[in-house]
Design a protein around this ligand. Structure first.
Ligand code: ADP
Ligand code: GLC
Length: 486
């Protein structure tokens, strides 16, 4: 079976978060289930350079103010990539969504409409002899593909849309409708219209044959107003087409036995060297060389979603109990400032890097005693899965994929040796504080803590199972059969 992915990120070519990890790893795992995937990506600055053996396979003239070339090449990890090279849209500094000052690119509607028009073209006509049997679009940046495909009644492949985050919907003023080549009758309550504006994500929810999201709990949550960000009604209507498929992790990229970023390799059968990574982490961040402190790690976008304000409120408690914190992240200015101020006041105990650095993220996972993920909502979350694999005990809000992947250290779970981390609910500063207190108590009992680490490291969160689920879903769609959403 041939699958066309359309997405705005793909590790290792371009990454700002978990979407890239998923789009980068799932094709490799799908190959084991007889699914050959090609990923359509914008050729941002950097993506072109990262492609091996790119060749031109098509041209698109007059694509929103310039000409574009479609390149076919491979990413370093072997994934086959269609890169849409449209310099007037993508050859810019900054990240895929925002300029260097952190503001959205003003032409984002055109940048991703261009990607999606080409995605719809590939869906119908393929490239050379290659034609997709399934089109799989990811998040709002790819969500107009089904809307463009719906503009014609010609035969088409089935469409799967995956929601990685309901909080980002791609909302644009109604008057760009014609500019992005949507039809007037698509601007309706059962089309892309959303409170007088255009909502790109809604297009995918309305026009796709199957909607998936990245954990079973999030699939339930987003049908409620608290998590649906205004689209809960649409999702309720399409509940028979909505399924949660838990993400996996790329266990070749995230493997403490072979990770090139670590000071020492380790595994659950050989834990002693892990300590060297703890020392290396303290050194790299400039934390006091303290062997007994409970060392918390955080690797996160600094946003309201991720509960970083709750973490700021909990810093006095961590300090009071003699803990340490190593954090890496970028995001909202006031959170960056709050973290910087705390670090300046308590050097040696709190250190933050306002930066994005893949290597340091790996070092934190390998060296921290615990990883804090106080998210208010979390569609899946990957950092807690990496933490489990690396022996950093995850402390998470009980929501979305965090609830589905961490087994709380309650007395029963501890007695059975089943615990892998700590959960807290509701996601408030107070409940986070209790969880942190609980972590200090558990950490004081070294044997118990080690048991929790080892049990976490024994969990299997690789892509095998999820790739099987996706491949079965594709097959049922291609065969025109029913899709089971339970
Ligand atoms: P989200 O996609 O919502 O940001 P996930 O937990 O799914 O959250 O994925 C985040 C990914 O981005 C992980 O691979 C994590 O290691 C990485 N990451 C986040 N912030 C940073 C950072 N500042 N430096 C390096 N990697 C980061
Ligand atoms: C989004 C979500 C995150 C998820 C990731 C990959 O960025 O915020 O929870 O793990 O997508 O699906």
């Amino acid at each position: 079976m041939r699958i066309l992915f359309v997405a705005s990120e793909c590790y290792p070519l371009i990454k700002t978060g978990g979407l890239a990890d998923v789009v980068g790893a799932l094709p490799g795992a799908l190959a084991a289930h007889d699914c050959q995937t090609r990923v359509l990506l914008p050729a941002y600055r950097g993506v072109r350079d990262g492609l091996s053996k790119p060749r031109k396979i098509a041209e698109f003239r007059g694509l929103f103010g310039g000409n574009a070339t479609l390149l076919l090449g491979r990413a370093e990890n072997g994934t086959t990539i269609f890169a849409l090279d449209a310099p007037h849209l993508y050859d810019r500094p900054g990240n895929p969504y925002v300029d260097e000052a952190g503001d959205d690119w003003p032409d984002n509607h055109l940048r991703f409409a261009a990607l999606d028009l080409v995605g719809a073209h590939l869906a119908r006509h393929g490239a050379g002899r290659w034609r997709p049997d399934i089109v799989h679009v990811h998040d709002w940046q790819a969500a107009l593909v089904p809307a463009y495909i719906a503009q014609s009644s010609a035969p088409r492949p089935p469409i799967v849309a995956t929601i990685h985050n309901m909080a980002y919907q791609g909302i644009f003023p109604a008057d760009v409708l014609a500019d992005i080549r949507l039809e007037t009758d698509q601007y309706s309550a059962d089309g892309v219209e959303f409170w007088g504006r255009i909502n790109a994500l809604k297009a995918a929810l309305v026009y796709a044959d199957m909607i998936t999201t990245v954990s079973p709990t999030y699939a339930r949550e987003i049908r409620t107003p608290a998590f649906g960000h205004g689209l809960e009604g649409v999702l309720q209507e399409r509940a028979d087409r909505l399924v949660g498929v838990l993400n996996g992790i790329d266990d070749a990229v995230w493997d403490p036995q072979s990770d090139p970023h670590l000071a020492a390799s380790f595994s659950r059968f050989k834990m002693a060297p892990r300590h060297r990574n703890r020392i290396a982490l303290q050194e790299a961040f400039g934390l006091d060389a303290d062997d007994s402190a409970l060392l918390f790690g955080v690797i996160s976008r600094l946003t309201h979603q991720k509960g970083i304000d709750l973490l700021l409120e909990s810093l006095p408690l961590i300090l009071e109990r003699g803990g340490q914190l190593a954090l890496i992240g970028t995001g909202e200015r006031h959170l960056e400032q709050g973290l910087r101020a705390a670090a300046a006041k308590h050097p040696g105990r709190i250190r933050v890097r306002i930066d994005y650095d893949e290597g340091l993220a790996h070092m934190i996972q390998a060296g921290a005693d615990a990883l804090l993920v106080p998210s208010r909502f979390e569609p899946c979350g990957l950092t807690q899965l990496y933490a489990l694999r690396y022996g950093a005990v995850p402390i998470v809000g009980r929501t979305g994929g965090l609830a589905d992947t961490v087994i709380d250290a309650n007395p029963a779970a501890l007695a059975e040796g089943a615990a892998t981390g700590l959960q807290f609910s509701p996601v408030t500063a107070e409940a986070l504080g209790f969880a942190i207190e609980r972590a200090f108590e558990l950490f004081a009992d070294a044997a118990n803590w080690r048991q929790m680490q080892l049990h976490g490291m024994a969990q299997m969160f690789n892509w095998d199972r999820s790739a099987l689920v996706y491949s079965e879903l594709y097959r049922r769609l291609v065969d025109g059969g029913q899709v089971d959403t339970n």
